[in-house]
Structures are given as C-alpha cells and as structure tokens.
Write a protein that binds this ligand. Sequence first.
Ligand code: SF4
Length: 58
Amino acid sequence: MKLVYEICKVCDFYKENEEQLECGAYKILKILVRDGKIGLEDIRVAVYEISSLPNSER
Ligand code: SF4
C-alpha cells in the first residue's frame, strides 16, 4: 500500500514482510489524507525532515 510506504518508512517499528499492523498515528494520518486535510506531499516533507534529524532527535 502506498500510504504504508510513505508513512512507515521512517518508523522504527517498520519491518518489510512482517504483519501489517496499523498504529494510532497511522490511522489518524490515513483519515487526514482520505479527507483531503493533508496530502502525500505534506507527508513527504515531514518524512524528509525526520530523515534529516540525527537519530537522537527522531
Ligand atoms: S503503522 Fe505505525 S507503528 Fe506500524 S510501521 Fe507504520 S508508523 Fe510504524
């Protein structure tokens, strides 16, 4: 699923090929995207920001 790839790739709990459980934050983001409150580009910007942080600040 595209949204899992976009959101979960910066999550420490994400492991490919494991059971696809959805956390509360994922469920909230899924609804915000569904309702057009935020778009995938907003998520990509946040992911980029998270990826740029040192591990101690993530
Ligand atoms: S659903 Fe939540 S806990 Fe699970 S991998 Fe995605 S962001 Fe992480």
